[in-house]
Design a protein around this ligand. Sequence first.
Ligand code: TXA
Ligand code: MG
Length: 337
Amino acid sequence: METKIFQTEEIDQAAELLSRGELVAFPTETVYGLGANALLPESVQQVFAVKGRPSDNPLIVHVADFSMTKAFVESYHPFTKKIVNHFWPGPLTLIFSIKEGSLSPVVTGGLSTAAFRMPDNKKTLSLIEKTGAPLVGPSANTSGKPSPTTAMHVFHDLKGKIAGILDDGATQIGVESTVLDLSNEVPTILRPGAVTKEALEEVLSVEIPLDKHLVKESETPKAPGMKYKHYSPDTPVLMIAPDDWDKALAWARANDQKVGLLATPRIADQYSSADRFVFADQSVEAATRGLFSGLRALDEAGKTDIIFAEVFPEDHLGLAYMNRLKKAAGQNYFSEK
Ligand code: TXA
Ligand code: MG
């Protein structure tokens, strides 16, 4: 199959393919999604096949506006209106309990809840409207690879396997949306993203817990290559604590390891010899925007034995950055032993 790259003037064609049941990847402010018509179970099934993703993992239903969720949602949490007014369109996915039979189990993984998001991308909102149906959209990468932040990343992973890609350049945020579970009394963050715990707490004036599994996943160091290694390039990744860069690079030299640096300008400027992907500036926003792109670039260069990545404090957006980096690194920090 030829994978066509669609520009803005061609959204109609892309929508036509989606309404016929073909797969078309779409841009969002976070990462590119692998789109299928959420109301066509056979198309949704194809999404899992194309990604090589286990089909028990439920998908996000992308809507063009809040009212589009009403056909599916059984009951809304009392905070819904406030949250939606503040954060939609945006990088925040909301989990609600749904009306029985309103969505295929292929979409929900057979759960009585489903995930909804209105992405902050005009082309994609128009694509959903023109398709006349919500779109499922996991990140448009091959399962196990870093999520795609450009149309070219999608093309690299999925060319020949999907009908098209709607191109809108590089994404602004760089990591997937925050997932907030609103199906229980206490709203809980299941995945950190650019709508931060602090921002949610500020708007709602209540404490928002992180899901226990998530906390465990991001805080407990795990053996290399174990269960929590996701979003991962083929080249091994090590996280480098702020004071360990000299030691880590000395270790690499002594062991004849070619290092790819993934770091802010301040760190990268000190170590001139290594292969590198330098974030645009010192901010955690720039690091988050560059994280997946940098992992891909260093991995594809094929010249590096190991990637050394800079860490950030785990609050605000740093929580999302570190959550993804820890998965890419299989939780491993450089240490002298
Ligand atoms: O930014 C994003 O969210 C991107 C763009 C394309 O929108 N999409 C994305 O989709 O990251 P995906 O499929 O990779 O992530 C969906 C997340 C998964 O962690 C899944 O387990 C969770 O949402 N999820 C979906 N439905 C759920 C449900 N009913 N209950 C709990 N978690 C759910
Ligand atoms: Mg994904």
